[in-house]
Design a protein around this ligand. Sequence first.
Ligand SMILES: C[S@@+](CC[C@H](N)C(=O)[O-])C[C@H]1O[C@@H](n2cnc3c(N)ncnc32)[C@H](O)[C@@H]1O
Length: 262
Amino acid sequence: MDEWRNRIFCEDALDGLARIPAASVDLIIADPPYGLGKDYGNDSDKLAADAYLQWMEQWIDLALPTLKPSGSLYIFLTWRYSPEIFVMLKKRMTMINEIVWDRRVPSMGGSVRRFSSVHDTIGLFVKARDYYFDLDAVRVPYDAETKKARSRSIFVGAKWLEMGYNPKDVWSVSRLHREHRERADHPTQKPLEIVERMIKASCPPGGVVLDPFMGSGTTAVAAVRCGRQYTGFELNPDYCALIASRLQALQSAAGEAVLQDG
Ligand SMILES: C[S@@+](CC[C@H](N)C(=O)[O-])C[C@H]1O[C@@H](n2cnc3c(N)ncnc32)[C@H](O)[C@@H]1O
């Protein structure tokens, strides 16, 4: 295969994954169809439950060998299938976290026979005990008020107060509603804030992030913004064009910044 880094292949991940060299990737960020019948311009999200779970197992078994021994996997899911998929992954990897993405959905109407679901479930899995994880890169700064409140002598000079706190496992980040400035033409585009946190924490600078289901290309854009490399797949040619234009816009913005500096 030609050079596979910093390229996105407009093809089925089941065909492409087998060509990524073994133990070559630092991080996998996977945001597969959730099995809820979304329209991605193909039938990828229209499988019945059993077939869906079989398909998940199939691509997972092709993707995991590409990870380095220090590598990690983040997988976006919902409560509907996360129990089955977490059990399946726990047979292959070590589970580190279940992260709840609170999509900050406004309160209005909604379900009357159940509680409205307003979160996605993200699993963080690793291959080995000495997995790469840089907490300092993703600490959340304390606000001025908290810092002031902790100004008593026992806190003065406390390293953690300066460095910020662990982001914890509930991430409250607004979904990309129609008017959101980041929003591209993809129904389930993920916020850069979330994907960049995953990359900074779990992929060393210059390392490679693999996303088998690129969608609008959020992982590739986030990787470039964070100084990492990317590779991945996307079935829908319209989304492949969208990814190319998002990456192009990023390059043009970087070019303009260089011009302004020079
Ligand atoms: C949940 S979306 C990913 C969204 C992405 N994380 C983003 O931020 O834009 C899943 C994507 O996987 C693509 N897809 C589904 N089955 C695929 C397959 N077998 N190979 C490659 N891409 C696939 C769909 O077309 C869809 O764009």
